[in-house]
Design a protein around this ligand. Sequence first.
Ligand code: GAL
Length: 970
Amino acid sequence: MIDRRQLLVSSALAGSALSGWTSAFAAQTENPATAPLSPDMPTPLGHLPAPVPAQDPSLHRLNDGWRFHEGDIPVPSPRGNDETYSATKAGHAQGAAALDYDDTAWAQVRVPHDWAIAHPIEPDQNNAFAYRRRGIGWYRRTLRLPAQWHGRFLELQLGGIATLATVWVNGVEVAHSHSGYVQLNIDITPYVSFGAEPNTIAIRVDGDAMEGWWYEGAGLYRDCWLAVRDPLHIATDGVWADPRQNTDGSWHVPVVATLESSAETPGTATLEAMLHGPDGRIVAQQRQSATVAPLGQSEARLTLPIAAPQMWHPDSPTLYTLETRLLDGSGKLLDSRHTPIGFRTIRFDAQTGFHINGQPLKIKGVCIHQDHVGVGVAMPEALWEWKVRRLKEIGCNAIRSTHHAPSPALLDACDRQGMLVMDENRHFNPSPDYLAQLQWMVRRDRNRPSVIMWSVLNEEPMQGTEQGYEMVRRLAAAVKALDDSRPVTAAMNDGMFTARNGTDAVDLVGFNYKANWYDRYHALHPDRPLTSTEDTSAVMTRGEWRTDTERNVLGSYDTEAPEWGLTHHDSWQMIGSRPFIAATFVWTGFDYHGEPTPLPWPAASSSFGILDICGFGKMAYHLRRAQWRTEPVLALAPHWDWAGQEGKPIRVMVLTNVERVELRLNGVTVGMQDLKPSTIPEWQVPYAPGRLEAIGFIGGKEVLRAAVETTSAPARLRLTADRPLMLGTGRDVQPVSVDLLDTMGRHIPTATDRVTFTIDGGEIIGVGNGDPNDHDSELAENRKLFAGLAQVLIRAPAGKGDLVLTARVAGLPPARLLIRVVEADVGPQIAASPAAQPLTEWRRAEFTASAPDAAHAYPASAWQHLSYVRPGRLEEAQSANSFTLIQSHYAPRGPVAVHGGQVVFSGVSGRAQLWIDGKLAARKDSEADGPLQADLTPGDNTRILTLALEAPAGKQVGLSKGVTVWAKEV
Ligand code: GAL
């Protein structure tokens, strides 16, 4: 048997898209026209992301102020024994990880950042990755930490790095990331300095290392944070609160808080847990104290009773907030968290599928990847909120995060909007490093009411073997040890009937495709709960009605599915009619970059989506709504702009869940059909321009009408925002749709005009149109309409005011859109830092009895032979010889050479004079340790910096801390 994966890759690479596809990719020719779907414009909902309390107030956003270099920077090989000895020491990383590496010419970027999305689409690159190069990149960030943070616990959190990474802090190698889907949490407390001394984070990212067969992006693509906490604090992901129902129907919330301490002595603190109801009022409260050993961890456990909470459900996602506060003996607040939780019971039944709060609920889910046009995988949080809302409109109630742990912003949106989640890990591997990734995911996500199952693999070749079984058993056990309330599943597509296989080690048997095995497996194991973990994989190109190999597009009549998948119609027939199959998880909710199967070059994005890559609905959007929504829906496909096809039959579909449909063309009845559930009424309608209208009836009464009309010449452009308000956090992003309207204000579904955008008061961060074959840059300020639509992503500035987006198209007046930007709490963040260069090369002259000439510049050859000076190493002044001087030769670079800067000695012991190029620049008359600083004039000429020092006999003299040149803040 041909391996399905081989088929998928080879067919796409070979450019022969047809093999293995059941339906007529090439043969479907009955409708010669190719044109777009009737409009599906998002409505302006006025929806604004609700302000929610920061879940972890200790977090400071670290998204600004990064410098980026694309390409590798090889570390120079050390020469000779001394250099080699030195290069191996902590703090002495070489090359681009070195403390004083010059990054001032690197690009300034803000995180989330995906450098691959800026790359062109190139035919010699991998189609799985959207034909985009990835490569290697470096990031650096200078970090200034206020003196008052000295003694606190500092944790660097890097949300997601595609793909492998090494991280250095102040020249110390502090972490390796083995997966782009796992957050790195790094205790940087031991390595950092405070006040005037800079800190350096350096990250080498290997974007070529791949973990998936889809577009994975490259770089620091999720948020970065610095946690600043008391030495005695709540650990990251250290609150576990998963509500449980008692046998009498009342509830309790068991709270386990993991406390840890970086202090030098044991500490005792009290954990106070308060449960806030949806209205903010405290409904339960408890305290518990715990003692934590220095550099140790311990747990504080308590239980909050609650008699009759409001329940969380996809239709009414009521959230409570668990506030945990850690207090010291005097009642001072040391740390706190706000953890959203929800009360719901879940159960998977072998006969009746999924139950929530005691009621059966068919899971109508979609699989998703994590990218969008313009931003690639660097998804702004607001866009997640929007995507979840878009899916809810379809009647979708679940998301499977394929095939990796999702972004926290997505999970927040799911908790708030009532979207169930299958949480899946990336690597099928129970060896310690990989098991730790799974454990991290479960620990992070186990409080979330949205998460209802854990998936430990996807279509792994070992799934049907005894080895696969043993691997699943270990992964499942690791999950159970951390969370006993949700089932473990495995998304299997083979090997389910062998003597020992992955299904034997899970709670919930997951089928990827293989719909014809559902009944067989169910008959064999009637006591095992079953779910689809992935299905459908039907393909269509938005707005195209005929599969056309010339134009490389797929028709939208729901006829195209790969040999392993099914059409939307057939897939739902299989799953919707089987109560023992808990869920459908349609591949996929949205099109995504990469995996363009079955389309060969030049298609660079997938066609599996119910919505396209911009989130515009395809025909499947209306079809799935008809299948999934309970209230009446009715839509017509295709559009009715078929000039030149007069009199020829057009295949017309009505996507609806009503009982009877009447179709009328220009007021004349074309036909009437009584519908069984899940049927798609169709007609061949001889084309005549005008109005095609469907009328839906339930119980003999008209309930809905939908129409498509022949449009006329374009009269104006339209910009449609998702919401009229944006938050002035500097991070809020929303998609704006653009289309052309005719003289009667009707959307023109066939328009392909190029639209250009300008913005005043915000930023355009990406454009797209859903055309898999369009290779224009997504980082541009113009885009052609595809099947009548394009999208522009806009980011609001920090602060408040108005933002005006203007769209222009040749021959028509411009369209303008005004968005109000409202002031919003930005939250704590670490400001970008000016460039800093540590001056590490100093030499000291012999101690002398009288003051040496501080204006003297040692020639390089003589300077080399003076004593080496290392900050932190002080000398003792002798009775006879209490004067010395230290000297450095320094050539300003980057912004210091252009604008000037400041040299800062963070700690000098002894009386001191600072001389620059033979002139006294600053002095410190006290013997006590203290700072010294002086301005540097612009210019890149080498400066002689001389520190003349004096101290009474027996006293310490020298540099107690580092010396830094800071660029001016301009
Ligand atoms: C599945 C796989 C997905 C995607 C899909 C395309 O087998 O799990 O990641 O490749 O096929 O149909």
